[in-house]
Design a protein around this ligand. Sequence first.
Ligand code: MOS
Length: 685
Amino acid sequence: MTQAIATGDAGSAMRRVDGPDKVRGTARYAFEYPMKEPAYLHLVQSTITRGRVRAVHDGAALAVQGVLAVLSHTNATRIDPGDETELAVLQSDGVAYRGQPVAAVVAKTPEAAREAAALVGVDYDVYQHDVHLSAARTDLFAPDDTDTHQGDLEAAMAEADTVIDHVYSTPMQHNNPMEPHATIALWDGTSLILHESTQAVRMVHTTIASLFGLERDRVRVIAPYVGGGFGAKGPLHAPVVLACLAAMAVPGRPVKLAVTRRQMFTLVGYRSPTLQRVRLAADAQGRLSAVGDDVTAQSARFTQFVERAGDPSRMMYAAPNRRITHRLAALDTNAPTWMRAPGEAPGMFAPEVAMDELACALDIDPVELRLRNEPEVDPGTHKPFSSRTLAECMREGSRLFGWADRDPAPGVRRHDGWLVGTGMAASTYPALLMPGSSAEIRFEKGRYELRIGASDIGTGAWTVLGQLAAEALGVGVDAVRVHIGDSTLPAASLAGGSSGTVSWGTAITAAARAFREEHGDTPAPGARTTARGSDGADENYSAHSFGAQFAEVHVHADTGEVRVPRLLGVFSAGRIINPLTARSQFIGGMTMGVSMALHEHSVVDPRFGHVVTQDFADYHISVNADIGEIRAEWIDTPDYRANPTGAKGIGEIGITGTAAAVANAFHHATGVRVRDLPITVDAYL
Ligand code: MOS
């Protein structure tokens, strides 16, 4: 969709205010800040998977010209990680995963740091390791508060006309934003300044202060531009802690650490692989009597992370009997982390393929099957939905895609040697509202300065937050200047969980209104007002975004090559504040969904416990040539029950359901049912 460039009022397709600086290269990312006499940090990573460090030999490294320090658990500053065991870097001799930092070299040049790091000798005691995820493991455990039961799933399965009962799998995947994690840390003996690539300025600020036992006003975090994160830059990981430890070893010198692309596959988390046993029971008309979803995922032995892939099965479709469980294997790996739509991305693959299998078994159109199972209220919580717009998305998607004429027979269409099919799936993501954001409005030199410690990870926050402030102040967007990405600004929640715009927007709107009340329409120079946003969502409602995705898939009859020439998503995500940046988020998510369907797969070698696909030659991500016509539309559905902005999150819903739509279209093209991602050439051959 092309939109005229409008005035910048909320709802209009204003271009990114940070666009020109990014295109010119003048927008500074964390590593790029010019520093006087910088030092560079290079890591020494464990070559064993589990064990302990017996000795670190640093003599040869220290002899390299330009080396300033070699850090290891024997000499690094002691910190207090509390429960954050992933951040206990260089604090003990324990090795919990392959690739764990066991030493680090600080030097005057990156070359010297790297050369010296290669000369650090590490002796280990090696213990047995175990990195194998399987639903048959006898040591799986149930994390707290992740199981729900309603009615009697087994009885409903036994009584039903038609049942579906299969195991679906999604592989380990790694977050790969364009800008890998990067830090500059400067310790002057009393204060720490960090230039950090992060989705969460406040979380870095408070976590680092707490780890190092510093007063908050002695830590500053600066992050105005962030080249993507997809969740891996939400929580903190080992590299930022290492940069701080190194800075303390060389006071007065800024220490620069750029995580390499290969290190993105060892140090900053990943999406857990999942196994999902999905059970559906239905009558002959397709009305569900039971939904079961038993998820097995992996966590690390040293900490716990739950990939909550069962969550969507709690709320998507009506059924009186329901059982959702999560089981974890604690493995000798680094910890999984958030990756775009954690939970929902794998959690809308398995059940949405199962729904397609049910539609085929009953000879009911997949859209119609979903319509027949629309719930009156959230079937998991029995709360009313703040708005439930799945049916409208499916109807509009069917119309735009031309779904009505579809012949449901699988494997019967051929065109120039390609098998042709179409498929659909639903999308959903919770509409979260994070508590605890504040914003300040100042009036200076005839302009309104909006100050809030938000981060723009490429989503458009620089632009959209100015639009929201201008709207609430009743001025043109040119009268507002946005300041974000600094811990000296009023604290804000993270850019994650698709919650940034609405959580920050709620604070911005409150600040703008309070400013007007205090200072009127003609404020004096220097007038300023700070206000807090909401303390969280209205607990009386179940708030979710919805969508429907439709895919056309071609599979080459001789080579098995899979193409997705056409992909349509119709979403309902509340009020759309900027159609230009919103569309970019939707199609970005859908593109990543195609990537999940066809490409992304981190392959672990169980003998060594490491990911062997450590670069973009081996870890494939959808590129332009993989994407055909991709179209995102939306139904304008402001939802003021979800939060005061009327908007819902849009960063993550685009990836949910995409892989299922592709897999369902693959089945329609070939007659082959795929239950394991990614779908590669051998799926058909
Ligand atoms: Mo997103 S995975 O919540 O940053």
